[in-house]
Design a protein around this ligand. Structure first.
Ligand SMILES: Nc1nc2c(ncn2[C@@H]2O[C@H](COP(=O)(O)OP(=O)(O)OP(=O)(O)O)[C@@H](O)[C@H]2O)c(=O)[nH]1
Length: 203
């Protein structure tokens, strides 16, 4: 099973009272079990503290940013958060879901769909407009899409890590071979036992 960690202001799953701010759940998606941990960034722990923004941002595998379509300030805050995430996690791709909430209050809308789309394009994140008050269908679709993205991202990262480790091993062995270090003898021993016509297998 895979653990995917989200940072969000919204809560889905079973509240774990032992760890303040953290909600845990295990879901089945496409025949795979996935443990989900969701950290609500706006709440405070019972002792009145909350982890620093940077700690929270490094902890997460994915982000959910929620603004209200009736509140331009919340949209500006969402953009500033996207900016911070981009800076803190600049070394690799990180899945982000931008949610424009409260579509049931269309008559009070101050942030247009186009503005949301534009920001999502700019920051390369997924974007949905939803209403937490009305139903969970679109929210569910949005979370499923983010989860899929986060899992794929994790798989790609671990594949890259494995590739990098095997490359390091190869370069170590080659280094030992050319610098005549003691594991060179071990390397040679293995090499001579191979068929010279078959490709050199380094693990
Ligand atoms: N009409 C409507 N009201 C909503 C919706 N989602 C949340 N609200 C209301 O908006 C208010 C704020 O909701 P919260 O869930 O406390 O929002 P929040 O951003 O997590 O709040 P803080 O964590 O205190 O910053 C509450 O009165 C909710 O009932 C929605 O989709 N439609």
């Amino acid at each position: 099973s895979v653990t995917v960690r989200f940072l969000t202001k919204r809560f889905i799953g079973e509240y774990n009272s032992n760890i303040d701010l953290l909600y845990k759940s295990c879901i089945k998606q496409e025949d795979y079990l996935t443990d989900i941990e969701i950290l609500d960034t706006c709440s405070k722990k019972s002792n009145g503290t909350s982890p620093s923004a940077e700690t929270q941002m490094n902890w997460a595998d994915a982000f959910v940013i929620v603004y209200s379509i009736c509140d331009t300030c919340s949209f500006e805050r969402a953009k500033s958060l996207l900016d911070t995430i981009g800076k803190v996690r600049s070394n690799s791709y990180i899945p982000v879901l931008l949610l424009g909430n409260k579509t049931d209050l269309e008559h009070r809308r101050t942030v247009g769909v186009e503005e949301g789309h534009q920001v999502a394009l700019e920051y390369n994140c997924q974007y949905y407009e939803v209403s937490a008050a009305e139903n969970y269908v679109t929210i569910n679709i949005a979370f499923q899409a983010l989860l899929r993205d986060a899992k794929m991202n994790q798989q790609q990262k671990s594949m890259l890590k494995r590739r990098r480790t095997s490359l390091v091993n190869v370069s170590k062995k080659l280094g030992a071979m050319f610098s005549g270090k003691k594991d060179c003898a071990e390397f040679d021993k293995r090499r001579t036992s191979m068929d010279v016509n078959s490709p050199l297998k380094l693990t």
